[in-house]
Design a binder for this molecule. Structure first.
Ligand code: SME
Length: 160
């Protein structure tokens, strides 16, 4: 059992620093990528509030395939360039969407989702996965959330 719990008094940058440190500690020494993604998805769920979905899509033979997550069952496969996840994977750039209904091609896996943050995980300059966070609130994610999840992605890239 791991007792990682965020202190409610933390600022957002501090919270994300703690999340990245906890993730590094959880994946240290474990070579299995599924086990590591599962624990990181659970950690994000624990640290980041107001989410309805948090997890991974992995790049497998040129498309995104569902990985470990927390939330409702989701779309299994996403083509590059499709939806918010596919845009992040195709461009290698973080996608922060304040209103998913206004995003052309958004894939509605969970009808509750109103805003979304998708961060590519890069290894040797290639997108190997994306981290996807959905919120039932519009404009849930700001630039600090994006920077924080980018720090997390860098912290775990070698372990997934
Ligand atoms: N909404 C995403 C699909 C994945 S689910 O949100 C879990 C998208 O448009 O890529």
């Amino acid at each position: 059992m791991y007792a990682f719990a965020p202190d409610p008094a933390l600022t957002k940058p501090e919270l994300y620093r703690e999340l990245a440190a906890a993730a590094r500690a959880l994946v240290a020494g474990e070579p299995d990528p599924v086990a590591n993604m599962a624990n990181v998805a659970a950690l994000v769920w624990q640290f980041v509030d107001r989410l309805n979905w948090a997890g991974f899509y992995r790049m497998v033979e040129g498309e995104l395939v569902l990985g470990p997550f927390q939330g409702k069952p989701a779309c299994l496969r996403i083509a590059l360039g499709q939806g918010v996840c596919g845009a992040a994977a195709a461009t290698g750039a973080t996608q922060r969407v304040e209103d998913v209904h206004a995003f052309p091609g958004h894939i509605a896996c969970d009808a509750d989702s109103r805003s979304e943050l998708v961060v590519p995980v890069l290894r040797n300059g290639l997108v190997i996965a994306v981290i996807d966070l959905d919120s039932p609130l519009p404009a849930r994610f700001d630039a600090e959330d994006a920077a924080g999840i980018e720090t997390l992605a860098a912290a775990i890239a070698a372990a997934i």
